[in-house]
Design a protein around this ligand. Structure first.
Ligand SMILES: *Cc1c(COP(=O)(O)O)cnc(C)c1O
Length: 230
């Protein structure tokens, strides 16, 4: 891409704002979490200079390395990928948010580590709204029970729900995923209690649709940082 990170951030942000206006939402309700996974810290520095401070990462070793490289800057990381229970320590130590809480075992491990550190961690529960076996997350029908159980873990602050929609050219299939997340949130609010405000949904290919369907956090990676090199 010929454009700079700052320019792409501005483009994505203005498209989020436009998507809000189209459905009568206030753009201030939607935050953008740029996903920096597989991109060097130089790109994160550029985004930071453009006013962003929280970045999405899905691999903990990579997050830890970047955290060390960027020490001294006011930069934080949101973990957006599946976390193995034996990696809870890194999340407890380094993450500012976890968007991919998907088991009570992980909740337990995090609680133990956070207690030891005297920290609390904002968490979003990942819901598998597409039913694809390759995707992490609890089933939508489990959301209420899971939310209830989370009440036991006082080091975890439930902030909302996260999903990855199916990658499909059929718009309806994508928006069905977003609508299932919204419905799960409504059931939790009805049956467990208020809060759970954050709906983290929408990636580079579908963030405008996600905003139209109620996203409060969108997670563009490629649209901001360009293609990832593996
Ligand atoms: C990689 C990733 C993204 C960003 O994907 P793009 O298609 O590059 O925007 C968003 N959310 C999650 C959970 C991811 O793993």
């Amino acid at each position: 891409m010929n454009t700079t990170v700052a320019e792409r951030l501005a483009t994505v942000r203005s498209e989020i704002d436009e998507a809000c206006r189209l459905v009568g939402r206030d753009p201030a309700e939607v935050r953008m979490l740029p996903v920096s996974k597989h991109h060097p810290t130089e790109r994160i520095r550029e985004a930071h200079a453009a006013g962003y401070r929280l970045f999405g990462e899905n691999r903990l070793q990579e997050m830890a390395a970047k955290h060390a490289e960027l020490a001294g800057l006011d930069i934080g990381f949101a973990v957006i990928g599946h976390v193995q229970t034996n990696k809870a320590k890194l999340v407890a130590e380094l993450a500012e948010e976890l968007h991919s809480l998907d088991s009570l075992r992980l909740a337990e491990a995090l609680q133990r580590r956070l207690d030891a550190l005297g920290r609390r961690l904002p968490v979003l529960v990942q819901v598998n709204t597409s039913g694809e076996p390759a995707k992490s997350g609890i089933a939508p029908e489990e959301a209420v029970g899971f939310a209830r159980e989370l009440g036991r873990f006082d080091a975890l602050e439930p902030r909302g729900l996260m999903t990855m929609a199916v990658n499909s050219p059929v718009e309806q299939d994508v928006t069905d995923c977003f609508d299932r997340l919204v419905a799960a949130q409504a059931r939790i609010r009805d049956e467990v209690g208020g809060g759970w405000d954050d709906l983290s949904m929408g990636m580079s290919g579908d963030y405008r649709l996600a905003v139209a369907h109620g996203a409060t956090t969108v997670r563009p990676g490629t649209a901001v940082f360009g293609p990832r090199e593996y």
